[in-house]
Write a protein that binds this ligand. Structure first.
Ligand SMILES: NC(=O)c1ccc[n+]([C@@H]2O[C@H](COP(=O)([O-])OP(=O)(O)OC[C@H]3O[C@@H](n4cnc5c(N)ncnc54)[C@H](O)[C@@H]3O)[C@@H](O)[C@H]2O)c1
Length: 296
């Protein structure tokens, strides 16, 4: 069962799981997800905050594994409405874990985020780096990681936490977390000019959605009780990203620059050695190739 299966990462994941022969169902309230993303897949349409509904879905479907992607996934939105963020991300997740342990599930695979680290004290970020979230979103995602550890301790529910870097790929909306690739491409395709906040030298770790799908698939059987960084393991500046997108799209213009956004982190990229060992996974899609995949 994939919660949030109608969203960006979920719909890419489901296509791959179906191809591999898995029986898949989706729990989604379609708040940001789209029903056309999951045509032909069994959908339980409803909200994670509805405890009875979540229990009914899990009991009826009796999945072996839940891949938990459903979330309020926007950092800015978590600053505008922190209590809605905490409700959806924390209470919604706890509802799911309660149903999961009562339903005798084997494992939860959870999509966490680089936002749990806050401003890096050192780079690249490894999993030992202190968690110092600087947004409600980062804190709510981190709290859910701790609930998973608690549920394993109390009830033996297995888990793998995947702390995803900036995911990009076809089907991503230009709002939401880590959407700068989608934002630049949208601007260019609609005849506008991409806007860079700050001097563009800030770095991020961009990972193509197909590599995320591969990591989640590995976590179905591996990475028991592990918390793992999932990224490309490379720093890419926003200026570099713009140059790659410019080359791949044939865009003739230059970006506009605006003042940095308050709270924007200067540099962030991952050490991904632990995922290589625990999941036997490593990323395969280079950024140039990934951008090309977004265009066709
Ligand atoms: N995209 C990224 O760069 C990125 C990076 C790090 C972590 N993540 C995490 O990965 C997961 C998936 O992200 P995405 O980019 O696919 O986001 P998305 O918004 O495209 O997908 C989220 C899905 O969850 C559903 N949903 C939201 N609230 C719900 C609720 N209360 N009940 C039921 N369904 C609900 C939405 O309808 C949507 O289909 C999220 O947990 C996000 O925090 C994403």
């Amino acid at each position: 069962m994939v919660t949030g299966g109608a969203g960006f990462i979920g719909s890419n994941l489901i296509r791959s799981l179906l191809k591999s022969g898995f029986k898949v169902s989706v729990l989604d309230n379609l708040s940001t997800g789209k029903i056309e993303n999951i045509a032909g897949v069994k959908l339980y349409e409803g909200d994670l905050l509805d405890r009875d509904f979540v229990c009914q879905c899990v009991f009826r479907e009796s999945p072996e594994v839940v891949i938990h992607l459903a979330a309020q996934a926007s950092v800015p939105q978590s600053l505008v409405d922190p209590s809605a963020d905490a409700c959806i991300n924390i209470t919604g997740s706890v509802n799911l874990f309660e149903a999961s342990r009562l339903g005798g599930l084997r494992k939860v695979v959870y999509a966490s985020t680089a936002a749990i680290y806050g401003s890096p004290r050192y780079l690249p970020l490894d999993e030992q780096h202190p968690a110092q979230p600087l947004s409600g979103y980062g804190l709510s995602k981190y709290t859910v990681e701790r609930y998973l550890q608690l549920y394993q301790y109390l009830y033996g529910l297995d888990y793998t936490v995947l702390r995803l870097a900036n995911v990009y790929g076809a089907g991503q909306s230009s709002s939401g977390e880590g959407g700068v690739v989608a934002v630049f491409l949208d601007r260019i395709m609609s005849g506008g000019q991409p806007l860079i906040h700050g001097d563009g030298r800030q770095t991020r770790d961009f990972i193509h959605v197909s590599d995320i799908v591969a990591a989640i698939s590995c976590a179905l059987e591996r990475g028991s009780g592990a918390v793992l960084n999932i990224g490309a393991g490379l720093p890419v500046s926003i200026n570099q990203l713009f140059r790659i997108i410019k080359k791949e799209t044939g865009y003739a213009g230059n970006p506009a620059f605006a003042p940095p956004r308050p709270g924007d982190i200067k540099e962030s990229w991952y050490n991904i050695n632990r995922a290589a060992v625990e999941l036997k996974w490593s990323p395969t899609v280079r950024l140039e190739q990934g951008i090309r995949l977004c265009l066709y």
